[in-house]
Design a protein around this ligand. Sequence first.
Ligand SMILES: [Fe+2]
Length: 216
Amino acid sequence: MNKNIPAKGGSASGGKHILPPLPYAYDALEPYIDARTMELHHTKHHQTYVDKLNGVLEKYPKLADMPLEEIMRKLDSLPIETADRAAIKNHGGGHLNHSLFWQIMGPASPSQGGPKKATDEKLIEEITKTCGSLEEFKKKFSETAAARFGSGWAWLARKANGQLEIYSTQNQDSPYLTNDTPIIGLDVWEHAYYLKYQNKRPDYIEAWWNVLKLLP
Ligand SMILES: [Fe+2]
């Protein structure tokens, strides 16, 4: 039996993790994210995280039915060898992070069925309360994404106490590692933008807001 990651990122039972299909075509996020980048990102980068995660989890049959988010939350206390713990953090994080990333984006052009926004009024209200305005939120989030040195992600995540927080993580570190729940994540690894934007990460970040479904 295969284990798939459901829409919002994470749990299922039995068997192996699989690459979740993209909910749109590879060229659906054009012109903001190009089709070639999307295809490589999904079929090569994300697939590799899935394969390597499955490879290491084979050694731990007792974890087979534990949701990946829960594995992340408990990673430090689970009986896992040190090297495998690092591998699960990297590849499990990569799988969770990308699974969310595909879901929160959507077609940008009308010919692809977009722009369809899936705005969440309660979330918008919370963001406005936390940051002052949506514009301020976007500014702060974009600055956080731009400032991440090297590879990583920018996040809007919910802390265990319910508060929203903007921060970034390095590599594929998942917010679940610190018991947070990711809501919006932006991949700022070069593999996410280099073909179209080369070294101009701020241009990619600015363009990305056009394909984020959750906010107007
Ligand atoms: Fe990525």
